[in-house]
Write a protein that binds this ligand. Structure first.
Ligand code: F6P
Length: 559
């Protein structure tokens, strides 16, 4: 049955009315002053992640309407269909089962029976149980391979060649879990077809001590194949002989990997989307970096979040609450972007990872039935680790003309013992969230710590009551700018797994409310096709039929 489109649901109309009545004039400072329990009411614990949602422009009644919206648009049924293995990716006729990759094995797999090489999956699994058995057979083989590489002192460098989901996930995670990475191994990620990237890595490695991982779900992506061919040529030119030992492929297309000359392959399945594939064989660089136990913890953290998403009531379901907040901001407040502010330097690729997750999943202008949508979908995501972002673009977040919700991530326990740093880092994260909310009028003193969180009523905290205008000037901070604060006890494989699964499910929720297929990416096709054609024209010089701009640029490049 086709679910009700969100803008045709009664809850949508009720939310529009709520926005007009109180949403657009909602004032966070007032909300805290009037409700001493606001922090508790709008906080949510989930596995490994505590979320403070209280600094968002939302009240309990609006949140209830958003839960109604979720019910009326069939989010729970859609979620259950995903967890039942139904083919909810309709444009590609595929199930969406990245969550199965982190499901514990029903029974231990006997590693003695598992051949490490050419782990592939002939026949598609008949049911979830056999798919899960295949998952664990592959996982065992991949982890055994990872253990062997870790134990092999002659391999000092691991070069992952892949792009999009075959790069961002493992790269983000290897960097994030740097504190857990085995000493003696260096990890490199080559994604760009720009030869500068590969050339610079090749200058720093030696063929006899390097393992190349060719990561591509399809094994056809032009950037990855071009880089892989160049790496192979370089390897042979440098006197490398044993491709079987120095190259492995992570792919669903084992046939193409074999044709490339790679004999060691770890596969996965068409029901794993590229941007959801870090849990699969695509995670091999991470498994080598943090070891089998670490990788299993990463999966377990994500699984705990899966169980939370699957079973927690809507009112206490963190991915659901975040996804609904995203809809509230995008479609009622009209906010078109979200800034990601991880206060941990190891999370430097987390914003880029989330960009693909959110924008490739939900950057769609038609619904799952192909009907053009009259409402906005994915926001633009962007960000940098704090405190760096503070000295670059936070000016705009505090005083710019657009309101941009900010999503902080902070980690309680550091992994270093340098005194003074971590407290300062955490203080900065808290202070930025506080400053965005409380603001400051030009004539007031600096914000007082307890003003908002204690429900206090200092004048500066109330400066915007009834509207968004403080008396003018460059020293005014309007405040009332929303943020979410995610807090991890420590950055570990388990908490990172949970955080990423949380983000996956939150994207699922908003996509589901919007009625779009979050699991295809047809929007990348046109550019790929045209790039091939332009490449031919670049060498032939044939400009016939081209638009004036492309023809002009091509001519200049050939001159
Ligand atoms: O072009 C987009 C895309 O298909 C992404 O969805 C994917 O993560 C990336 O390209 C890489 O694809 P592959 O893993 O098949 O090389």
């Amino acid at each position: 049955m086709t679910p009700t489109r969100c803008d045709r649901s009664p809850a949508w109309s009720a939310l529009q009315a709520a926005y007009k009545m109180q949403g657009q004039a909602f004032d966070l400072r007032q909300a805290f002053a009037q409700d001493a329990d606001r922090f508790e009411t709008f906080s949510q614990s989930a596995p490994h992640v505590f979320a403070d949602l209280s600094k968002n422009l939302i009240d309990a009644a609006t949140q209830q309407l958003l839960f109604d919206l979720a019910r009326q648009t069939g989010v729970e049924q859609h979620r259950d269909a995903m967890f039942a293995g139904e083919k909810i990716n309709r444009t590609e006729q595929r199930a969406v089962m990245h969550w199965l990759l982190r499901n514990p094995a029903p029974a231990p797999v006997d590693i003695g029976q598992v051949a490490i090489k050419n782990i592939a999956y002939g026949a598609p699994a008949k049911n979830l149980a056999s798919a899960l058995a295949q998952v664990h057979t592959t996982l065992q083989a991949m982890l055994a391979f990872a253990a062997a590489v870790r134990a092999d002192d002659t391999i000092t460098d691991v070069v992952n060649i892949g792009i999009g989901g075959s790069d961002l996930g493992p790269q983000m995670a290897v960097l994030a879990l740097d504190a857990f990475v085995a000493p003696g191994k260096r990890f490199h990620f080559v994604s760009n077809v720009d030869g500068h990237e590969l050339a610079s890595v090749l200058q720093s490695v030696k063929p006899q001590s390097t393992l190349f991982l060719i990561a591509s779900k399809t094994f056809t992506t032009i950037e990855t194949m071009t880089n892989a061919e160049s790496a192979k040529r370089w390897f042979l030119r440098q006197g490398g002989t044993d491709i079987g030992r120095h190259f492995a492929a992570l792919t669903t297309n084992v046939v193409a990997a074999n044709a490339f000359g790679i004999r060691t392959t770890f596969g996965f399945w068409d029901w794993v989307g590229g941007r959801y594939s870090v849990w699969s064989a695509i995670g091999l660089p991470l498994a080598i970096a943090i070891g089998a136990d670490g990788f299993r913890e990463f999966l377990a953290g994500a699984h705990a979040m899966d169980e939370h998403f699957r079973s927690a009531p809507l009112e206490q379901n963190l991915p659901l609450r975040l996804g609904l907040l995203d809809v509230w901001y995008r479609n009622f407040h009209g906010f078109s972007s979200r800034s990601i502010a991880p206060y941990h330097s190891a999370l430097k690729r987390y914003p880029a990872y989330l960009q693909q997750l959110e924008m490739e999943s939900n950057g769609k202008r038609v619904d799952a039935q192909g009907e053009t949508l009259p409402y906005g979908t994915a926001p633009v995501l962007w960000g940098e680790p704090g405190t760096n972002g503070q000295h670059a673009y936070f000016q705009m977040l505090h005083q710019g003309t657009d309101v941009v919700p900010v999503e902080f991530v902070a980690v309680k326990q550091p992994k270093h013992d340098l005194s003074g740093h971590h407290g300062l880092l955490l203080a900065n994260a808290l202070a930025q969230a506080q400053a965005l909310m409380v603001g400051k009028s030009a004539d007031a003193g600096p914000p007082q710590g307890g003003a908002a969180s204690s429900g206090g009523s200092e004048p500066h905290a109330m400066g915007e009551r009834g509207g968004n205008v403080l008396s003018g000037g460059h020293k005014n901070f309007p405040g009332n700018r929303p943020s979410t604060f995610l807090l991890l006890e420590a950055l570990t494989p388990a908490s990172l797994g949970a955080l990423i699964a949380l983000q996956e499910h939150r994207v699922f929720v908003s996509g589901s409310v919007w009625g779009i297929n979050s699991f295809d990416q047809w929007g990348v096709e046109l550019g790929k096709v045209l790039a091939k054609e332009v490449a031919l024209r670049l060498s032939s010089g044939n400009l016939t039929g081209l638009d004036g701009s492309t023809a002009g640029l091509l001519a200049r490049l050939r001159a």
